[in-house]
Design a protein. Structure first.
Length: 115
């Protein structure tokens, strides 16, 4: 009956819970705007990275969006490039993205929207 981002303030989360308990639908203003923007350009409405990805995957996703390559991300996160490639594969699966180019574009757009 509702959707609130895990990044919302506690007071907004409590308000959302109360609204849902009154049998009303709750969508944060930011989520409403995002959903309407995506719908207007025909983009899928699900698979929000912040809600779908693990914290580690979200870190990798953000770095991809900032233009870092696998080796650079691995160095920053102090892990092997193979680990980053594994994260990239998981991210593509969770977000239903087929190619690396699509992943990069989606990550870039997400960084722009959330900066």
């Amino acid at each position: 009956m509702g959707f609130v981002s895990k990044r919302e303030a506690i007071l907004k989360i409590v308000a959302a819970i109360r609204q849902v308990l009154r049998d009303e639908v709750y969508l944060s203003p930011q989520m409403t705007t995002r959903l309407l923007q995506r719908a207007s350009i025909g983009e899928p409405l699900d698979h929000d990275p912040a809600e779908t990805l693990s914290n580690r995957e979200l870190q990798v996703f953000e770095m991809i969006g900032r233009g870092l390559n696998t080796a650079q991300i691995a160095e920053k996160m102090q892990v092997s490039p193979k680990t980053i490639e594994s994260h990239r594969k998981g991210i593509k699966t969770k977000l239903d993205v087929q190619t690396s180019a699509q992943l990069s574009r989606r990550a870039f757009q997400w960084v722009q929207e959330n900066s």
